[in-house]
Design a protein around this ligand. Structure first.
Ligand SMILES: [Cu+2]
Length: 145
């Protein structure tokens, strides 16, 4: 009985620490950037998981690897498609939202250096709850490999 209680007392501070480290309501995963030649804008794709009980917006995106970062949506109508800039994307409570080719994506323009396939680029995601998350995005070839 006494022994159990002492183990509990030791375990509690550790639990509090790990809870603090993972307190972010949002998680970014599977981020990759399609490497394009020269000045051609590159698409960025990723998944956002909102682990909180309220909706959270992705307000913006930033990386030092490009001169311009924006959020875009590809709109398809019949055989034509076009990209439009979007201010934000709302991720519903307790749900996952995928930015994927043909839909919502990040648009990176004016690369500061050519990106090697297989390297990673740090990208900062800005959320409406004030949170900033930096994710390492994998640079892949035009075919997504
Ligand atoms: Cu775009």
């Amino acid at each position: 009985m006494h022994r159990t209680f002492r183990q509990l007392a030791i375990a509690l501070p550790l639990a509090a620490t790990s809870l603090g480290a993972s307190a972010a309501a949002m998680m970014v995963s599977d981020c990759w950037i399609r490497s394009m030649p020269g000045e051609t804008p590159s698409g960025g794709y990723f998944k956002l998981m909102n682990m909180s009980s309220k909706p959270i917006d992705l307000d913006g995106i930033h990386t030092e690897a490009f001169g311009m970062s924006a959020l875009h949506q590809t709109l398809t109508s019949g055989s034509t498609s076009k990209m439009v800039p979007i201010e934000k994307v709302t991720i519903a409570a307790n749900s996952t939202f995928a930015f994927a080719p043909g839909g919502y994506h990040a648009m990176f323009e004016k690369p500061k250096a050519s990106l090697a396939v297989g390297s990673t680029v740090p990208v900062t995601f800005k959320f409406s709850d004030g949170d900033r998350i930096e994710a390492k995005c994998a640079v892949k070839s035009a075919t997504g490999q």
